[in-house]
Design a protein around this ligand. Structure first.
Ligand SMILES: [Zn+2]
Length: 427
């Protein structure tokens, strides 16, 4: 049986992924645990918008369902109005792999899905589910359960739901420590990063000198190690010194894959709350507003305002160097008519500018005689009809740039994973 779970956490605690550990123990064994990140721009969700799924066997279905439901009731933060847990159970012999089923998970990652869409599918295909609150959690639960089913049974169709994947090892704290300060040996984590990067990433932020893998919330997660393979994340984790833990789970995940990013057919119809890669020419010089946010505008068929917000730290220094005429490709979410940058590819840089001509006699800069009337040396009276082309030094070069690890969204693909491209990774 494939079990999908979503929306059990709240900003005050819990983490849906923790249920993976609990169920691993209670169901005695689980297979292929998956952590599927949905649209990061869904407002009422916690920051990561995570759903999980797994396959459970060797038990009768009735017993599995009872254990899962009891676990949700026990752990879900239902006292928070915004927590609406949902669970979906897909049977082992489910074989209606229709377009509707296959396209559902990606829809949940890239756009907004209504609870009625999920309910229609559950009813139409007789898929069993369970929920608390308003049942909204069944959206992500269904998406995630479909991903686990397809990934496990129909690997040839995996490209539709999980075209690229990474792994995350999540280690959980003992219950009596939840809410207390985390005890993690910083030096051992930096060392583990040094020895396993680039097979693991976003463990630390070397520029901003922060541990990225250790959260600051009240949730049960002690730390999470992200990487390219199960082996890599386990080996990095084994090098880290930390407080006693309750256990850990390695999830297969769409984190670090850019699955949320769409390639729009044109810049004209970018939709609120969706994420894109958009090409254009810089048409306004970057400007920094109070609070340190940097804005500029690009144009293709339409102008698109772009922003690098203050939390993106040193990434803003790259953005500030852009000039009118540069060709870029920007990656990010379109929120309130602004594309919030996660990455930028500098495709080409303007490497010259036009300045007033120099007088051939005295070498002084000539003055414009007015629009279209040419230039004249005030001193010698020499005349020239056009500006001169002057090469300029650019402190940035072409290639891809990204926000630092401390500002990265879970689902964003770090440049260290973009092999074969000209990249400037930050770590
Ligand atoms: Zn002159």
């Amino acid at each position: 049986m494939f079990i999908g779970i979503d929306d059990t956490d709240s900003p005050d605690g819990m983490c849906t992924t923790y249920l993976g550990l609990v169920l691993k123990e209670r169901l005695e064994s689980i297979e292929n645990p998956i952590l599927y990140r949905l649209n990061p721009n869904v407002r009422f969700k916690t920051r990561g918008n995570a759903s999980i799924s797994m396959r459970a066997q060797n038990e009768n279905n009735k017993k599995i369902k009872k254990i899962v439901k009891d676990t949700i009731k026990e752990f879900a933060m239902v006292e928070c109005n915004n927590t609406n847990p949902g669970v979906v159970f897909i049977d082992e012999d489910f074989n209606s792999i229709t377009e509707e089923i296959l396209s559902f998970p990606l829809k949940c990652v890239r756009s907004f899905v209504d609870i009625s869409d999920a309910e229609n599918i559950l009813e139409k295909y007789s898929i069993d589910s369970f929920y608390l609150g308003n049942g909204r959690g069944r959206i992500g639960a269904l998406a995630s359960a479909i991903v686990c089913l397809v990934d496990t049974i129909y690997p040839e169709l995996r490209y539709r739901v999980l075209p690229d994947h990474t792994y995350e090892l999540l280690a959980y704290r003992k219950k009596e420590r939840w809410g207390e300060k985390r005890v993690v040996d910083v030096e051992s984590v930096f060392k583990a990063d040094e020895l396993t990067y680039p097979s693991t990433w976003d463990t630390v932020d070397t520029v901003n000198k922060e541990l990225v893998c250790v959260p600051n919330t009240k949730c049960p997660v002690l730390l999470g190690v992200r990487g390219e393979s199960e082996k890599a994340v386990i080996s990095a984790f084994n090098m880290m010194k930390h407080e006693p833990i309750e256990g850990w789970v390695v999830y297969k995940t769409n984190q670090g894959t850019d699955l949320h990013i769409q390639n729009p057919s044109s810049n004209i119809d970018l939709k609120e709350g969706e994420s894109y890669v958009v090409r254009g020419r810089v048409v306004s010089e970057p400007s920094t507003i109070r609070g340190g946010h940097v804005f500029f505008t690009i144009e293709n068929e339409k102008e698109v305002k772009c922003a690098a917000f203050e939390p993106t730290k040193q990434f803003r220094n790259i953005v500030r160097e852009l000039r009118v005429g540069d060709e870029v490709r920007v990656y990010g979410s379109y929120i309130e008519n602004v594309l919030n940058l996660e990455k930028i590819e500098i495709v080409s840089l303007v490497n010259h500018e036009l300045r007033n001509p120099l007088c051939p006699k005295c070498g002084k800069s000539m003055k414009s005689k007015g629009n279209g009337k040419g230039y004249e040396c005030v001193k010698c009276g020499t005349y020239a009809n056009s500006k001169r082309v002057v090469p300029i030094e650019r402190p940035i070069s072409v290639g891809l740039y990204e926000v630092p690890p401390c500002a990265r969204r879970h689902i964003s693909k770090p440049l260290v994973r973009m092999r074969g491209k000209c990249v400037h990774p930050m770590r």
